[in-house]
Design a protein around this ligand. Structure first.
Ligand SMILES: [Zn+2]
Length: 992
């Protein structure tokens, strides 16, 4: 029985799997969609279609102001403070071209139901004061510069090449002030001159009401309880939040037809003037033409994905390439727009790209004989599997996306249409039967035309200086016109605004009202683990394998295998080649059934047989001594997993040419990391905290850059030496201890009991012992009093990573106390958040405990001033320890956000299975997360503080901790002046 005030307007299934109910309020027309997604997590989405008509970013501005407090809860940031007490970890939101969406995730449903009315009050009844507008959106500071959170955020986009090109593209495509042309994030001049709190308030009134809001909830919730909670909020909003007349947004947002081609070139500021970009836009199908739009999605995958696709061949895989990648995506508006984007185009070739695309690729594919229909079939089959797998991996986002498009552009009272939308796999099942002529016709209909828009992005170094000179002049004029008196007024206005915004604080009583007091028994997938090892739970299926194997049985249609190889006994000299080896095993020729197959064909066949394949050093970011090969297939193709594991590990034929190309690719990848301060900082820190022979040190892209460069160069002349080493490494890997973890529904692969023995005997020489991961493997205890700093040119910010030893296993005494106390310090709106992040000292400040690596770590991410950020953090944490003054309410919030984070790690079926795999590797019981949650739940503040203090103090003791700092080279001296024992490192010191 549905509650009286609601009508169940649809009852459907997403991709024939997940039940979905749509409720319509009889009083206000508000729609509530509930999808019964299994798992411990509940996700909520509150969304509003918004049609902006100007560039001042009203949708985005409003999104920010919503979090500044509501009429019933007029306290800045209170929503996040309450969220932590409701088993969530903060809230979030985004603004797109046509809508804004607010999100919330909690562990279990009781916290969700508690906080939902508070969230609704925030979006529908925000306080929207002028003082909030000044700090959150835009103001002029005491130095006469423009500032404000939204203003600074949008500064990043103003002169990016892609953004400039997109603006030009829309200018050519759409008339002035068109809803799909205006910038919904906000352009700087418009934020400065046009935007105002009055305009935001008016915009809020126009779009944020019950008739334009949909609430989507995914997770295991009692529908009635959700509706009841919304109903209570709704009652208070009926009089004020239902407009007398309301026209659905975008009803008249017609996209005018193109009558000819428009080509434009536009200069974009850039440090490198050798490469630009090209974007071409075509009109796609009309709204509601699902079949053709799904067809185009497939066509674009066929055209762009993998080394054998037509656009890769015509533009990328060339000795003298036209682009580094070509990507096609569609915008779903009142009509689909098709955007073809060519990246890193050499400047002299920019003018030729559009013609080459139309005259070569498109012209060629108007002919049906050009299609490789085998490959088209694999692409579609794989996409269908991908659709189902996405639903197991991230169901919430997927479902919200369907509903959002329906809310925006669908015929909302037509259930057949919604059913078609949420079952997109049906169109694919039909598309698979289409002949080549269907695909050639799609090309002819939408892409073979002279009605399109093309924007060439031309890089300009000159423009970098011109733009910054113009901005400097604008600011200096602004200062002049304000005068000394004006500037003083600006300073006072802001001081007053800051004070006014934080004058109100929620009372402890109010916060107490929103605390979840019972630890629910969270939904569990009931994953059963069995293995063929002695003294473990066995099963006939697991016992049919010829090497140590675990089966994590769970309700999934897919099979995932992790083949875990222990590299501990391989010499460091050989392990240096692991990264290169791991590239080679997926991109080399192979000897299959006595025939040598080229690398392109191998890639094509692997794509056909498997959904995905990858290899990593470490398992889920832990235990780097292991190499992990991960293969996924539909359960019907389970046999392909063993087949390809055999090919990748045994049958690849390495050669000098592939070594030359792939070693070069790895060396080039290091370049990206070298511009990233945080990546360098963690390499620097690992170098102190781990033995120099550990994979954590040996297998880093940055560390190996030089070796990869040299290997590539040498291979060009003579690859004998590197081939010898790679072969040796391969032989060693095959002799190492190997365990297999399989995640599957055991009933679906039961038939394989007869064949597993034969299919999996391709590793006859591996050691068959159980892998046991000792924590703190290859930790370099002597390194925990060292300090190292490095200057990195590409970064303006500073990064700090500090670590001390925490010699405990996960289930040891004291561990829960230290983890919870670290959470107390680091939680959202907690002490570090308020005093370090809140004061602008660092963007991120966290203390975390890692029992696998046996360390407690402090990370200060993107600091303005490294020394100040560190010293303030140290002072703050030590004061909290010494004062013994723990805020009880914040301590309880920390427990709940920690439980949220632990449950989030089991959030989807895929993640839950991973938790079981790690439990097996750690030798912990499968339910160790849940046991830990109840332990944490019962801790009290004083006890926890008492136990944790000594460990946390070590972290700030220079004789017991290692400190790595990365700064701009101009600041290295400041660091060594503050910390004389600091060793100055150069990038060369990181090379292996
Ligand atoms: Zn923003």
């Amino acid at each position: 029985m549905v509650r009286q005030l609601w009508e169940l307007s649809a009852n459907l299934k997403v991709r024939e799997t997940i039940p979905l109910s749509v409720y319509r309020s009889k009083r206000s027309d508000l729609r509530v969609v509930v999808a019964d997604v299994p798992g411990p997590m509940v996700h909520g989405y509150l969304s509003f279609p918004t049609e902006a008509k100007s560039d001042d970013g009203l949708p985005h501005t409003l999104e920010h102001l919503v979090f500044m407090g509501s009429k019933t809860y007029p306290y800045k940031g209170v929503l996040d403070v309450i969220a932590n007490r409701c088993l969530a970890s903060g809230t979030n939101a985004w603004t797109a071209q046509d809508h804004t969406c607010y999100t919330l995730s909690t562990a279990g449903s009781s916290g969700f139901i508690k906080i939902l009315p508070v969230y609704i009050d925030h979006v529908l009844n925000p306080t929207l004061t002028h003082n909030q507008y000044l700090t959150e959106v835009h103001h002029i500071n005491k130095a006469g510069e423009d500032a404000g959170v939204v203003y600074s955020e949008m500064q990043d986009y103003e002169s990016e090449m892609n953004d400039i090109m997109e603006r030009k593209n829309k200018e050519l495509l759409l008339p002035n002030n068109h809803a799909y042309r205006v910038n919904t994030g906000g352009r700087l001049p418009a934020i400065r001159e046009l935007c105002s709190n009055e305009r935001v308030t008016e915009f809020h009134k126009q779009y944020y009401h019950l008739k334009n809001m949909w609430i989507v909830v995914t997770g295991m919730v009692d529908h009635d309880k959700v509706l009841e909670s919304i109903e209570a909020s709704e009652t208070g909003l009926l009089a004020t939040h239902i407009p007398q007349s309301f026209e659905r947004p975008f009803k008249n947002a017609h996209i005018p037809d193109l009558t000819e081609k428009h080509i434009a070139s536009i200069e974009c500021p850039s440090d490198d003037d050798t490469k630009g970009s090209v974007v071409m836009t075509f009109h796609g199908p009309e709204l509601g033409n699902f079949y053709e739009s799904e067809g185009l999605e497939i066509l674009f995958i066929y055209m762009t994905q993998s080394a054998v696709s037509p656009l890769e061949k015509d533009f990328v895989q060339l000795a003298d390439p036209f682009a580094s990648s070509v990507d096609i995506h569609m915008d779903e508006y009142t009509k689909f727009l098709i955007n073809v984007h060519f990246s890193d185009v050499p400047v002299p070739k920019i003018k030729d790209v559009a013609d080459r695309f139309l005259q070569k690729t498109i012209q060629h594919h108007k002919n049906e004989a050009s299609f490789d229909m085998d490959r088209m079939k694999y692409v579609i089959e794989k996409q269908i599997q991908q659709y189902y797998m996405d639903l197991e991996k991230k169901p919430g986002n997927q479902i919200h996306h369907f509903i959002m498009t329906h809310q925006l552009y669908g015929n909302i009272d037509n259930n057949a249409e919604l059913d078609e939308r949420i079952n997109d796999q049906r169109a694919l099942e039909k598309l698979i039967k289409e002949p080549a002529s269907f695909w050639a016709n799609l090309i002819t209909k939408y892409l073979s035309t002279n009605k399109y828009v093309c924007v060439n992005g031309i890089p300009s170094i000159k423009l970098v200086d011109q733009i910054s000179a113009a901005e400097k002049k604008r600011i200096s004029d602004q200062k002049k016109s304000l005068g000394a008196k004006g500037l003083l007024e600006c300073a006072k206005t802001m001081k007053d605004a800051d004070a006014a915004n934080s004058a109100n604080k929620p009372s402890e009583d109010l916060l107490q009202k929103f605390i979840v007091n019972d630890l629910e028994s969270f939904f569990s997938y009931g994953i059963e683990t069995a293995s063929n090892l002695p003294n473990k739970k066995n099963s006939t299926l697991a016992e049919s394998f010829p090497l140590p194997t675990y089966i994590h049985s769970s309700p999934t249609k897919f099979v995932e295998a992790n083949i875990i190889i222990d590299t501990a006994n391989i010499s460091p000299e050989l392990r240096k080649y692991l990264l290169l080896h791991n590239e080679l095993i997926f991109e080399s020729s192979a000897m299959i059934d006595g025939k040598l197959i080229g690398y392109e064909e191998v890639a094509k066949q692997a794509t056909k047989d498997l959904i995905s394949y990858s290899v990593n050093i470490g398992v889920k970011g832990l235990y780097e001594r292991y190499m992990n090969i991960n293969l996924k297939a539909h359960h019907k193709n389970y046999h392909n997993i063993a087949k390809w594991a055999d090919i990748f590990l045994n049958k690849m034929q390495f050669d000098g040419e592939r070594i030359e190309i792939l070693a070069k690719k790895l060396a080039n990848q290091a370049a990206d990391y070298k511009r990233d301060g945080h990546s360098i900082c963690s390499v620097l820190s690992n170098k102190m905290c781990f033995d120099k022979e550990a994979n954590n040190v040996i297998c880093s892209l940055i560390g190996l850059e030089k070796l990869h460069k040299e290997t590539s160069k040498a291979a060009k002349k003579d690859a004998t030496q590197s081939l010898k080493l790679i072969h040796q490494l391969k032989e060693e890997l095959l002799k190492s201890p190997i365990n297999v973890h399989i995640v599957a529904d055991d009933k679906l692969i039961e038939d394989s009991i007869k064949t597993n023995q034969a299919n999996w005997n391709f590793l006859p020489n591996c050691q068959k012992n159980e892998l046991f991961s000792t924590s703190g493997y290859k930790q370099n205890v002597a390194g925990f009093n060292q300090q190292s700093v490095m200057g990195v040119g590409g970064t303006e910010s500073s990064f700090i990573i500090q670590k001390s030893v925490f010699d405990k296993n996960f289930t040891d005494p004291d561990v829960a106390e230290v983890i919870l106390f670290s959470q107390y310090l680091s939680q959202c709106e907690g002490p570090l958040w308020r005093k370090i992040r809140g004061k602008g000292l660092a963007y991120g400040a966290n203390i975390n405990v890692n029992t696998e690596k046996k360390v407690i770590g402090l990370s200060l991410y993107r600091c303005a001033q490294a020394v100040e950020a560190y010293e303030e953090t140290k002072k703050l944490v030590l004061a909290i320890i010494d004062d013994k003054n723990i805020n009880k309410s914040e301590f309880e919030a920390a427990k709940r956000s920690l439980v949220y984070e632990l449950m989030e790690a089991e959030g989807s079926l895929k993640e839950a299975a991973t938790t079981n795999m790690l439990a097996a590797l750690k030798h912990l019981p499968m339910d160790y997360h849940r046991t830990f949650c109840s332990k944490v739940w019962n801790l009290d503040a004083e006890h926890c503080q008492k136990i944790a203090s000594a460990y946390i103090k070590n972290l700030f003791d220079d004789t017991k901790s290692s400190r790595a700092i990365v700064v701009n080279p101009s600041k290295v001296k400041q660091i060594t002046a503050a910390y004389p024992q600091m060793v100055v490192s150069k990038i060369d010191n990181l090379y292996i």
